[in-house]
Design a binder for this molecule. Structure first.
Ligand code: FES
Ligand code: FES
Length: 149
């Protein structure tokens, strides 16, 4: 089947199978490897992207379901010298292995879109779908607060 959607503001057409997950299409067909395939069952958030502005797990969405939507991946977020959230994570020690980081950045982006000045409770809720095994959340939360100042 043929599908067309926006990826990082570029209209793109793919041929795909009905059973191909969106994460596979992004990584294999477009080399957008920032979103990671980890649990594959919607538990870890490593594959987080924005679809029409909403945070979603690209491992749970079939590629054809993206038809007609606008997808934003971590690659579309980059600005020269790095996005402010990425810089804040670096400066506050919010990452170690970095495997979770692209998904975490997308979750934080979605959080700020919804709530520019989130409370502690809103921050925890915003990160609730994204697991980090090595850093813990203290540095990540400091980075979020740094972005709010
Ligand atoms: S890989 Fe998608 S939620 Fe874990
Ligand atoms: S920095 Fe390694 S899982 Fe988060």
């Amino acid at each position: 089947m043929e599908i067309t959607f926006q990826i990082n503001n570029q209209l793109t057409t793919f041929k795909t199978e009905p059973t191909t997950p969106l994460i596979q299409l992004l990584r294999s067909e477009r080399q957008l490897t920032g979103a990671k395939l980890s649990c594959g069952i919607g538990r870890c958030g490593a594959c987080s992207i924005l679809m029409d502005g909403e945070l979603v797990n690209a491992c749970l969405i079939m590629a054809y379901q993206a038809s007609g939507t606008s997808i934003l991946t971590i690659e579309g977020l980059n600005e020269e010298g790095g996005h402010p959230i990425q810089k804040a994570l670096l400066e506050e020690g919010g990452l170690q292995c970095g495997y979770c980081t692209p998904g975490m950045v997308m979750a934080i982006t979605a959080l700020f879109k919804r709530t520019p000045q989130p409370t502690d409770e809103e921050i925890m809720e915003g990160l609730s779908g994204n697991l980090c095994r090595c850093t813990g959340y203290t540095g990540i939360i400091r980075a979020i607060r740094r972005c709010m100042n």
